[in-house]
Design a binder for this molecule. Structure first.
Ligand SMILES: Nc1ncnc2c1ncn2[C@@H]1O[C@H](COP(=O)(O)OP(=O)(O)OP(=O)(O)O)[C@@H](O)[C@H]1O
Length: 320
């Protein structure tokens, strides 16, 4: 694995009365990687990002960018970051091009027109770049914001909840240009509470809950099976037998009932090797099993299995 472009160690934010809203958060991001920071509302994603970009002070912990510690040389570090944390501000009465020019004038290093054209092309704003920003859709404004964040050629892009308010087309376009940036070696840290989006957009996801990191998942490895690995399996039985089936599973400490789907399917977390035994158990108890399906391990299921059923409400809330 290449050297980390972003290295976060033991980040903590303490607010009034000593409450930690972010605690012991450590993770790394590598060159050309799209890293997702995933968690339900209030998990501490924005606070973490605000500390990384220096919008708020860290209570403790360190942030290094390309091997440089933020506390030792914050100027150098910040020049390598392009970020959209709050909604970017634009002059609505000016064109996208003029807004970018205005922003470029404030950059430490000069930004050539050629560089601006390249970025505009990348975020697919060529056709509208000379229109007034007040005519832009939310997705177009967001793309202009990303273009603005990329003007000074950062190696890291940080986007807080970039899919908020975007329609499916906008989300797909965002995915496309983040991938193109990744191909050019730019790493992106993107936060979201949308599990399915993170699965499609990111190479790896770190999951936060209640201010802490609870897991790290490489997306490409989600579907890999492993005898020793816990997996999620759906057992479909008759609707009138679901309560008996549920009681049987609840009496077994080795199996965890995650939830019941469509009133007749038990979604269970168990070791793959025990699937035949569980099936036998049902048969011996006179419960007819109509289908057994090894479920694709989606990020949502992984999240569920990590945080147990107490998070069901959170997940339903964040998905609605
Ligand atoms: N200055 C503050 N003082 C006290 N509590 C705070 C402060 N800032 C944030 N919080 C609380 O810390 C928790 C984490 O907030 P944060 O905005 O970082 O979460 P988040 O994961 O980004 O959630 P969301 O998706 O809702 O923005 C929340 O419960 C929030 O209310």
């Amino acid at each position: 694995m290449s050297e980390a472009v972003l290295d976060i160690q033991s980040l903590r934010k303490t607010v009034h009365k000593g409450k930690n809203i972010v605690e012991d958060v450590s993770f790394k991001m590598h060159k050309g990687e799209i890293l997702g920071l995933l968690g339900p509302n209030g998990a501490g994603k924005t606070t973490t990002i605000r500390m990384i970009v220096g919008l708020i002070k860290r209570s403790s912990g360190s942030v290094s960018i390309n091997g440089t510690d933020m506390d030792e040389d914050s100027q150098t570090c910040k020049r390598q970051i392009g970020a959209i944390v709050e909604n970017p501000a634009f002059y609505d009465y000016m064109s996208g091009w003029k807004n970018l020019q205005q922003h470029a004038r404030m950059a430490i290093d000069p930004v050539s027109d050629e560089r601006m054209q390249d970025i505009i092309k990348l975020v697919q704003l060529e056709d509208a770049i000379h229109d007034k920003v007040k005519k832009y859709s939310l997705g177009m404004k967001q793309r202009l914001g990303v273009a603005q964040a990329l003007l000074h050629q950062p190696s890291i892009l940080i986007l807080d909840e970039p899919t908020n308010g975007l329609d499916p087309k906008g989300i797909r376009e965002l995915r496309d240009y983040l991938r193109e940036l990744a191909d050019q070696g730019i790493s992106t840290l993107v936060s979201s509470h949308l599990l399915s989006e993170m699965q499609l957009m990111c190479d790896r996801v770190v999951i936060m809950e209640k201010g802490r990191l609870i897991d790290e998942t490489v997306i490409g490895e989600l579907d890999q099976s492993d005898e020793q690995k816990v997996c999620i399996v759906a057992f479909q039985c008759r609707v009138d037998q679901i309560q008996e089936a549920k009681a049987l599973i609840e009496a077994d400490s080795e199996i965890e009932l995650l939830h019941i789907e469509k009133e007749q399917t038990l979604v269970l977390k168990l070791h793959e090797a025990t699937i035949p035994d569980v099936n036998k158990k049902f048969v011996e108890a006179g419960i007819d099993i109509y289908a057994i399906e090894r479920k694709k391990t989606t990020l949502e299921e992984k999240f569920l299995s990590l945080t147990n059923t107490r998070n069901m409400t959170d997940i339903k809330e964040v998905q609605s």
